[in-house]
Design a protein around this ligand. Structure first.
Ligand SMILES: [Zn+2]
Ligand SMILES: [Zn+2]
Ligand SMILES: [Zn+2]
Length: 429
């Protein structure tokens, strides 16, 4: 047995065989591997080139198609990101450019690049007011029915095809019901009401009654079989306030987001947070059609991660813990860790309206803090029932913690206007 030699790296206690020492110049294998990795890293840093794929390109359609076809990462290439987001580019597209994007999506579907095709189509739908034509036709032709929001504005011809197919296509039935829910026109409402009256035979194989699919598209049947919308079409986004505007806030906004509350949470002892503080006299929130002065929707940022929290509100700015609250089955101690107010960005309500569905398809990762509009559900739609009158509560606003604090998850706020009860729930991936 040959004698082992000490590794030559200062501070290393490893020992090696003479044969290894010959190969590595006297250092042990772990030290040798570290040295090679460091050399490789140094080489990359010295030789890495910045590459701007977008240099000299001004056509937004070309820029978007490049964004939708990312390259494999190469350690020797540092890609310069485009200075605007895809969402911002979509906002600026002309009708002709939107048509070219839709054609590009059709081309992607032909190439069976389904994910990118769906991203393009759903971006057109949520970020612009495009009514899909050839894109929708191609989705049907290739048997793709998701995301169902793509069928939102589908015409009567597409609707009737889906209605016929839902009877005969058990494999796609779930997706077809979602697509019909998103169409949600008079004919679909009539059909869902008929199904509630006498469930079709295939309904027993579903997890929920067929008419309950409507919730995923933000509506439900009322007692008389009519359509009850669960959100407001009016939508205003909150923007991260830039530092230089902090000094000069101008006129107070219609809704303030994330104010420190004055009460303590009876469950965890932490301070409640006023998620949304509405100035009900402000013209920007007239669409809420609420009399009175102030509506404050409060929550416990901690306990709310584990269950829905209800508050009794008045329209003078008062709020109180609701007698209807039920302690969640699982509720860990509030250690106060992630809830540091001082690390949150200041959020400013925009006076410019946004599209109703701007953040509705969460996968697009559009910033989602807003009042009104369709909720950005991360999981299944979860409109709470009012604990007092049992009616489904209307979506009021949401706080996107990714935008507020590079945190995760979204807090969703709801109101029952008859009982003046607010609810807040939370979803994350
Ligand atoms: Zn060593
Ligand atoms: Zn709490
Ligand atoms: Zn109620």
């Amino acid at each position: 047995m040959s004698e082992r030699l000490p590794c030559q790296t200062p501070g290393c206690t490893g020992s090696i065989l003479p044969a290894t020492a010959l190969k590595t110049g006297g250092i042990c294998m772990p030290c040798q591997q570290r040295k090679l990795a460091e050399e490789r890293q140094a080489y990359i840093e010295q030789n890495r080139k910045e590459v701007n794929r977008y240099a000299g390109i001004h056509d937004p359609v070309e820029i978007l198609t490049m964004m939708h076809s990312p390259r494999k990462p190469d350690p020797l290439i540092k890609e310069v990101p485009y200075p605007r987001t895809a969402q911002e580019l979509y906002h600026g597209l002309t009708e002709e450019e939107r048509g070219r994007m839709e054609s590009y999506a059709v081309h992607l579907l032909e190439e069976e690049d389904i994910d990118q095709a769906e991203t393009v189509l759903v971006s057109l739908l949520c970020f612009t007011d495009t009514r899909l034509g050839p894109g929708l036709e191609m989705l049907l032709h290739t048997g793709n029915y998701s995301p169902a929001i793509l069928f939102k504005d589908a015409d009567a011809q597409v609707r009737d095809r889906l209605i016929a197919q839902v009877e005969s296509d058990p494999v796609n039935r779930n997706l077809l019901l979602l697509a019909l829910a998103w169409i949600g026109d008079e004919e679909v409402v009539r059909l869902f009401a008929a199904w509630r009256q006498s469930p079709p035979e295939w309904a027993s194989a579903l997890y929920i009654a067929p008419e309950m699919y409507a919730r995923e598209a933000g509506w439900e049947l009322d007692a008389g079989g009519g359509k009850k919308q669960l959100y407001h079409p009016e939508c205003y986004p909150f923007l991260v306030s830039r530092e230089d505007t902090l000094e000069a806030p101008g006129a107070p906004a219609a809704v303030q987001m994330l104010q420190a509350g004055t009460h303590a949470c009876p469950w965890c002892g932490g301070a409640l947070t006023v998620l949304f503080d509405y100035d009900l006299k402000h013209p920007q929130v007239r669409f809420m059609e609420l009399p009175g002065k102030r509506l404050r929707i409060a929550a416990c940022m901690h306990c709310n991660c584990y269950g829905t929290v209800y508050m009794k509100a008045d329209l003078e700015g008062g709020y109180a813990w609701s007698e209807y609250n039920v302690v969640p089955g699982y509720l860990p101690d509030n250690t106060g860790g992630a809830l540091a107010f001082n690390t949150w960005h200041v959020m400013q309500l925009s006076e410019q309206p946004a599209g109703t569905y701007e953040s509705a398809y969460w996968v697009l990762e559009a910033p989602a803090s807003q009042i009104g509009g369709h909720p950005a559900w991360i999981q299944d739609a979860d409109y709470p029932a009012c604990p007092c009158c049992a009616q489904t509560m209307t979506f009021a606003a949401q706080a996107d913690m990714g935008q507020v604090a590079e945190d995760e998850g979204i807090y969703y706020a709801f109101l029952c206007r008859e009982c003046l009860i607010t609810a807040v729930n939370y979803q994350q991936t």
